[in-house]
Ligand binder design. Structure first.
Ligand SMILES: *Cc1c(COP(=O)(O)O)cnc(C)c1O
Ligand SMILES: [Zn+2]
Length: 388
């Protein structure tokens, strides 16, 4: 299948506005210590990326080729990621009294989590720019996804994973032929070690938001959601937040879709769900700060939410605020109860992070923040099978 080429023009620091050459390897804005965002010529993209043209394109992340950063078709790496179902949760909706409850179920992605979307794009673009060795710090799923896409691209992956990561993650990394280094500490310790290894060995560091393209892969969550709802965005999106790539990616997707003429200015209220044992975004939002302070002693069974230092904190917080959204923390006990409830009532065995969104929904209904007739989308970001 032929897809039009990428309309990628440059990378931009959202803080100082400085432009960076997108056809050279970039990490983040060193002046501001902020992520770089990919920018596209949306006027030219608009000529070919239309509702009509989408109808004829196969599903998956590459159908959005104009607003994806890979230029040469040969580098469009895939393991069949994306195109996940948006399921109406009728049973759960009835129990909760919500008339329009949906679950975007990411568990069918390669390696069982939505990390596949980001790493497919990040590895594809890096390989296109000539890189062949990667390093990543991970609580589990990002390492598995990197290892899979590196294998597919004939590249090397070095994965710094927390020792208490689920066994499925440790095994998959080794199965994919990557190097697995177990780290006794927090994700911030793994990130430091990965950074040192990157400088020492010249491996490209694909840590969350320390390179520009994982966010572009996560953007496809928002694109697919908009398309599945016939370009009428939901009222509320409830998203389990660790590093925040999905939340920032979706917010960016909506901006681009508006400029492309697919949607209007209406936006969902973005809800960030964290764990009580690690809730830096919730604390910053309730404390009216534009930065999130490091969360000491982070602990939760939802390993994807155990991110005490959020590199893209400014972007995450501004997306929540601009959307009139909110952030809230849920307990591990509530996560486990909701994991069971979600599985038994809808047939979806969610990851703990995904189950956290149901716990949050209950809280938001109880406080009156959610109205029963609103269209609400929960994100199940991974399969429960990965965290057995
Ligand atoms: C990484 C991860 C998250 C958190 O995602 P961010 O985009 O980093 O906020 C949530 N759920 C699962 C299953 C994850 O692996
Ligand atoms: Zn900057």
């Amino acid at each position: 299948m032929w897809y039009p080429e990428s309309a990628l023009t440059h990378l931009e620091c959202p803080h100082c506005g400085k432009h960076f050459n997108a056809d050279e390897v970039q990490s983040f804005c060193q002046d501001c210590c902020e992520p770089l965002l990919a920018r596209y010529d949306l006027v030219s993209a608009r000529a070919t990326l239309t509702r009509e043209s989408l109808v004829t394109r196969p599903s998956g992340i590459w159908r959005w080729s104009e607003i994806m950063p890979v230029r040469a078709p040969a580098f469009r790496l895939t393991l069949g990621e994306g195109a996940t179902p948006l399921l109406k949760a009728v049973n759960l909706g009835q129990t909760l009294g919500l008339t329009e409850l949906y679950i975007k179920d990411e568990s069918a992605n390669p390696t069982g989590s939505f990390k596949a979307r980001g790493l497919a794009i990040a590895v594809a673009r890096a390989v296109e720019l000539g890189l062949r060795s990667f390093v990543i710090p991970t609580a589990g799923n990002a390492g598995g996804a990197l290892a899979a896409y590196a294998a597919r691209a004939c590249a090397q992956a070095h994965v710094f994973m927390l020792v208490d990561a689920p066994m499925s993650n440790q095994i998959e990394v080794k199965m994919f032929g990557a190097e697995l280094v177990l780290v006794d500490g927090l994700i911030s310790d793994a990130a430091r070690l990965a950074g040192e290894a990157s400088r020492l060995h010249g491996w490209f560091d694909v840590s969350t938001f320390k390179e520009p393209y994982r966010c572009e892969g996560k953007k496809t969550l928002g694109l697919e959601l908009a398309e599945a709802l016939s370009w009428d965005l939901p009222d509320v999106i409830i998203y389990p937040t660790g590093g925040g790539t999905g939340l920032v990616g979706m917010w960016k997707a909506f901006q681009e879709l508006e400029q492309l003429g697919f949607i209007g200015s209406k936006r969902p209220r973005m809800v960030s769900v964290q764990a009580e044992g690690c809730a830096p975004i919730v604390r910053a939002l309730t404390g009216n700060n534009d930065r999130a302070q490091f969360w000491d002693g982070a602990s939760t069974i939802a390993s994807g939410l155990r991110v005490p230092g959020v590199f893209a904190d400014r972007l995450v917080l501004s997306a929540i605020r601009e959307s009139n959204g909110t952030a809230l923390a849920v307990s591990d006990d509530a996560i486990l109860i909701c994991q069971r409830e979600l599985a038994a009532s809808e047939g979806i065995f969610a990851s703990p992070e995904g189950a956290a969104t149901l716990a949050a929904t209950r809280q938001l209904l109880a406080s009156g923040w959610l109205n029963k007739d609103e269209r609400v989308v929960l994100f199940n970001t991974g399969s429960g099978l990965k965290s057995l």
